[in-house]
Each structure stands twice: as C-alpha cells, then as structure tokens.
Design a binder for this molecule. Structure first.
Ligand code: BGC
Length: 714
C-alpha cells in the first residue's frame, strides 16, 4: 500500500475533510478571515494547509504542531500569493508581460520561488492567467494582458520558474494557475461580476493559458470567483471535471478561491453551506480556501448530497501534492533553503524593471540631455515608494523600494532636481498646483509623475473612470501649460484614459508598477542609459467607450469606412485605439523589409519558415520585438483579423540588418470549426510581420495552404 493510501485508510471522515481545509493566518488578508483558533484546529486535524503566513519561525511552529501534535502527523503546506516576487519585488505581471521575454518571465519566478521557499512557502497562488481586454477591471494588472499566445507562453515560463525541474527541491514551490476561467471578462469590468461568453471565446481566448500551465506540470488550479454563462466556476462540472480533469488530464489540486465555496449561496445555486460544499466537491474542487464549508461535508454525505469516494479522491490529491512537494520526507525542507544575496537580486530586479516600462511617445525630449542642469520632478508619484511595488507584493517592503526621485538623483548627480508633489494621488486639494507649476517654469524640463496608487489596481479595484484620480488632471494641465518640455511618467496597473494629456506631453512612459528598483529603472530609460525595449501586452484604448478592446477582433460585414456612415464605427471617436497591442518605442528606429515565406504554397505537415529583415535605421544600438500574425482569409467560421502566432527579439547595432526567422507549424493554422472541433482547412492565409498590431504598418504576404494529396507522397 502506498504511503498515501495507508494514511488515508487511517483517517476518520473528519480528518479527511480537515485535509481539504485551507485556512488563512492573516498576515495578508483579502477577505473576511474565518479560520478560528489555528493551533487548536491543526492539532485536531482540521487543517490541510495554511496561507498568508511566512517567516521561518512562524512556519516551523505550525508545521511542528501538525506533525507532532495531530493524531496522524500529516504535514501542512504553506501557501501565499507570490505573484511578482517575494522579498525582492519585480514588475507587476502586466508590465513584465510587455518584456515579451519568456526567459525573463521564468527567471523572475525562479528567484521569487527561492526567496519564498526560504521563508517557508510551499505553494504560490500564481501565475494569474486571466486574459483581459477591459482596463476597468483592476485585476488586469495581475495577468499577462489580452493575448492567448502571450498568456500561454507566460504560463509555461512562470510554472517552470516557480516549480523548477524538481518540485521537491528546497528552492522550488508549487504553482497555482488562476483564476480558471474568464474572470477578465467580468461584466462591465466589475470585479467578481458574472461573465457571459460563447464557448468559442472561452476555448479560443481564455483556456489556452491554463492548458499551457497544465502541460508545464502546474500542480494546482484555482477556479475564478465569477459565474460563466450562469454557472459559478467553483461548481463548474463541464470546465473543472470534463475539461480540466478529463480533456487535459490535470491530476493536481483544484483549490477554491477565498470563501468562494460559501459564495455559491450568494450566487443563488446552493441553499446552505452543506449544499455549497457538495456542489463544489462534485465539480472537482479539492480544497476549500477559508469558507469552512468543506468541514460540513460529512453532513453532505449523510444527506446523500456527496459521496465519500469523492472526498477520498480529493484527499488523495491533496496528499499527493504534499508528497510531490517533498513534505512527507522532510516537512521543514524549504526552511533550509538559502536565499540569494540581495544585491545580485536587486540588479536582476532593475533589469527586469527597465525591460517592462513602455515608452509610448517621444518627440525627441528623451533621452534627457547629459548636460541638463535643472529638472523638476512633479506629481504625487515622483516620490512614492510603496506604490511602485504595486498590488500583491508579498513580503516586499517600501523601504527597499527606489522612488523615481531617488533614481533620478542617483542617475543625474550634477543636475539640480527639484520636487513638488502638486496634488495627492486622490483627494480634492488643488492649493499647491500653482507652486508646482512655478517650479516647472524655472526648469529645463519637467518629469510629470502621475497615475494611480498601488491599491487602485489589483483585486477589488475596478474603476468605471480609469483616468487620473483626484485632481491630478488639473496638475497635469497646469504643468503642460508652463512652456517647458514635459516627459510624463504614468504609473498605474492599467492603461489610463489620458489621450489628450499624452498628445500634449513631449514624451510619455508607461511605467506600470516596476517593483523595488522602479526608480533606477525609470531613470535608466529617461537618461538613455537603457534603450527601452518593452511593448504593450494589451491594446490601450482612447476612452472607456472603446472597452472591451483588443487587436484580434473579427471583421464586420461592414468594416469601418470613413466615407460610409453605415459601417462599424463611432460617431464621436475613432475606432483605432490610442496605442496598439505591441506598441512601444525605443531610441532607435527599426524598419522591416522583405517578408518572405519559404513557399507561397504550403502543404500541412511541413514546417513553414517565414523570414523578415529588420534594419536599425537609428543611431543607438537597439533591441526590437518583431511580431508575426496570421489571418485565415476565408474559413468556415469568421476568423480574427490578426492572430499572434510568434514573436522574436533581435538586437541591432546602428545601421545593422538582421534576418529574423519564424517557424510555423500546423497548430498555427488550425482553428475551431463551427462544431468547435480543431480543424485544418485548405485555403489562403495572410501573414503579417509588424512591430505592433497596427495593421497599417505591417508587411503582408499571402500563402495558400492545403493538405497533402496522395500524389505528394508518391
Ligand atoms: C484572490 C486570489 C488569491 C486569494 C488568496 C483572493 O481574494 O482572488 O487571487 O489567491 O485571495 O489570497
């Protein structure tokens, strides 16, 4: 008998459901804490895992209690939301997605895992893989942006990074892919709200990152809070059991979100906690985070609502997770991990940060001239340390964080840098705007640092008007009329609707939340010490009215035509976004030429090589991201106008040309047909190579693709 079966055979029903109970210790809390007396519950065998607790002593104490004082001595696991760093904080996921760099994505997760493990953490509730096309939704900052391919690559990199090659290693932690699925499409961008999407959209857009996480060996999945087409994800049999377990073969643990099982009552699908527990169990949810409903499972069994066999299967999965994490062999193993030297990590954090900030516009005011002598840093985000960390900053500390002002002062020691906050991030006080403007008028250039506080994005941070909060717009207008060149730094967890300010500023940098080294990274970019490389991982709308927005929309029967009113557009706004997916400037200028597929007529089964030349026409060495999109021109169902299939980075010296090669396989041409079955269909495909999803700038060519005829093999 295996160790797990033996343990299970000794458990009472109460001890079994205890293993399914995940409780919060309250060091970081995102909802009502309901976990009661922790030590007593652990001793009684009522707890399977603990989260929101870290630090060697804290963790060791509880683990000791589980092993030595509970009847069967099963180890606990310790979980935490380690999203973008544990002690060393890296850029928020949406920012880091814009680095378009899977190796970086993996490396920062690896570092975070090592740090978290050394603090006693076994499992992170990350990566967050919600595709979203709605910047009203605050959680857009936690995920990889709008594109399913980017989401899938991000998922794979993060799972590999957290889990490493051997999950039982003292430096590896388990990954939890969340929130499964489609929470990013919440109605009107309101967190936790219902979602109603076609199955096609779910399969084409929202599931691929999760499929990639499962393929990469992710050990846990968290269902989303929302309902999807009327079925709360926590009770979604078709997606949790049929899709995840049966179709993808996922054998890991499904862990509910915070109190989500009990929330089945509020969703209106369960009458009480017992019914809620039974519904979640039946759908395949193994662990109950915080709600306590699973402690009522014995009652569900006696009421005939749940089967003990399903409880056993869930317990087995939880115990198997603990075994994979190496906790049966040495429950304190992670506490023995040695964390890396913080200085080396800070350099990695600085590099990750500067690779994640997107230069949106620049009329030449950046990089700042080396001889600049008087610079004004104005705005409430100029000297904001804590906010640079962004939401979900685990054990990060604002004392370790470099503000924009700190970074500038270090980068420009001979320049007099004056600072005025002007206004607070939120609030109505405008009394200092005049003084801030006066400071600007005496300077050679102004850095206008505006945006959100960290708490204005992330969970429970939807914004119906995602512009500049408080009176920052008044400040911006005053500064922009001071007659001095202005570089605007937008710090936020979402694209902000500030198109008029962007049009007036001489340059705009989207810094998102860059983590501990934000200030140095921003200064590196502003001074030209680092030539910006990040690109937008999502489309940046002009106004809320364009939301939801993304580049991969399907055509209309009446595509927008400026000369025809009866076409798909707005009376009061262009249909084009402010910035396209993939947009981002550097201090160089790269041009693409000679897009050439290996053949104009392709036979499925063979790889197709597509080449394009990239030339650096600027005076600075640069690193460019080249995107390759595909359009299936005529298919049995309407296909998106562009779908990202590949991207690549190329480093170019001034004047240098390099050929970038992409290889396309059948999967790139396959799509879901009218019956949602994967299908390869003969026909013409448009290939587009571009520096963003702005179709007008793309190089395009058409290839025909077909299945091999018998004579092809002859
Ligand atoms: C969030 C999850 C998170 C959990 C635990 C919830 O409120 O939705 O993403 O993992 O809290 O902190």
């Amino acid at each position: 008998m295996s160790r797990i079966d033996e343990l299970l055979s000794q458990m009472t029903l109460a001890e079994k459901v205890g293993q399914l109970n995940l409780v919060t210790a309250g060091q970081a809390v995102t909802g009502p804490a309901r976990s009661g007396d922790m030590i007593e519950n652990i001793r009684a065998g009522n707890v399977g895992g603990v989260f929101n607790l870290w630090g060697k002593d804290n963790v060791a104490r509880l683990q000791q209690c589980a092993i030595e004082e509970s009847r069967l001595g099963a180890p606990l696991f310790f979980g935490l939301d380690v999203l973008h760093g544990h002690r060393t904080i890296f850029p928020a996921p949406l920012a880091e997605a814009g680095a378009f760099d899977p190796a970086l994505w993996e490396e920062t997760a690896r570092i975070a895992a090592r740090e978290a493990a050394a603090d006693g953490i076994d499992l992170t509730f990350a990566p967050m893989l919600d595709i979203s096309r709605d910047p009203r939704w605050g959680r857009i900052v936690e995920g990889p942006g709008e594109d399913p391919l980017v989401g899938a690559l991000f998922a794979r990199a993060k799972v590999r990074g957290f889990q490493g090659a051997d999950l039982s290693a003292s430096s590896a932690i388990g990954a939890t892919a969340k929130h499964f699925c489609a929470g990013g499409a919440a109605l009107a961008g309101r967190d936790y709200a219902a979602v109603d999407l076609s199955e096609r959209e779910v399969r084409e857009t929202y599931l691929p990152p999760f499929a990639a996480a499962v393929a990469a060996g992710c050990v846990a999945i968290m269902p989303a809070f929302n309902s999807l087409a009327g079925i709360p994800m926590t009770a979604h049999v078709a997606l949790l059991r049929d899709y995840l377990r049966n179709e993808l073969g996922f054998e890991g643990v499904i862990v509910s979100d915070y109190t989500a099982i009990m929330e089945l009552i509020e969703h209106g699908v369960a009458a009480d906690a017992v019914e809620a527990a039974a519904l979640a169990l039946r759908a395949g949810v193994d662990m109950d985070m915080v709600s306590g409903a699973y402690l009522r499972l014995p009652e569900a069994v006696s009421r005939g609502l749940a089967r003990e066999a399903d409880i056993d299967a869930a317990v087995r999965r939880v115990l198997r997770l603990k075994e994979k994490l190496g906790l049966f062999d040495d429950p304190h193993r992670r506490l023995k991990a040695v964390a890396d030297a913080p200085d080396a990590l800070r350099e990695r954090a600085r590099d990750a940060a500067r690779r994640s900030a997107v230069l949106l516009t620049n009329d030449g005011v950046l990089p700042l001239p080396t001889h600049i002598r008087r610079l004004a840093a104005v705005g409430p985000l100029a000297d904001a340390r804590f906010d640079m960390l962004g939401p979900w900053c685990a054990a990060g500390e604002s004392d370790n964080c470099v503000s924009i002002l700190d970074g500038l002062r270090a980068a420009l020691p001979h320049c007099e840098i004056t600072h005025h906050q002007g206004v607070a991030i939120a609030g109505d006080d405008t009394s200092s705007i005049a003084a801030a403007r006066a400071l600007c008028a005496q300077s050679e250039a102004v850095l206008l640092c505006v945006g959100e506080s960290a708490g204005m994005s992330g969970e429970a941070a939807s914004r119906a008007r995602p512009g500049l909060p408080g009176r920052q717009r008044d400040l911006a207008e005053a500064v922009l009329s001071a007659g001095v060149p202005v570089a605007m730094v937008l710090s936020s967890g979402r694209p902000l609707m500030v198109s008029d300010l962007v049009a007036r500023a001489q340059a705009t940098l989207a810094s998102w939340w860059l983590g501990d080294m934000a200030g140095h990274a921003i200064a590196d970019i502003l001074t030209g010490r680092f030539n910006p490389t990040a690109r937008l991982a999502l489309t940046w709308p002009r106004a809320v009215g364009q939301i939801p927005i993304h580049y991969a929309a399907r055509s209309s029967g009446r595509p927008p035509d400026p000369d025809n009113p009866f076409t798909s557009k707005y009376l009061d706004l262009p249909v084009e976004p402010l910035f396209h997916f993939g947009h981002g400037l550097s201090y160089a200028h790269v041009a693409l030429s000679r897009l050439r597929p290996s053949a104009d007529a392709i036979v499925f089964g063979a790889h197709v090589v597509v080449e394009v030349d990239a030339t650096n026409e600027g005076a600075h060495p640069t690193e460019e991201t080249i995107f390759l999109f595909l359009r299936d021109i005529v298919a049995s169902v309407a296909r998106p106008q562009m779908e990202l299939k590949r991207f690549a980075k190329v480093c170019l010296a001034p004047g240098e040309t390099k050929t970038v090669r992409f290889t396309l396989d059948d999967a790139c041409f396959r799509y879901l047909d009218a019956a949602l079955m994967p299908r390869l269909e003969d026909g013409a495909f448009e290939i587009l190579a571009a520096l963003s999803a702005d179709r007008r700038t793309a190089l395009t060519t058409i290839v025909t693709a077909r299945h091999a005829a018998i004579s092809d093999n002859a």
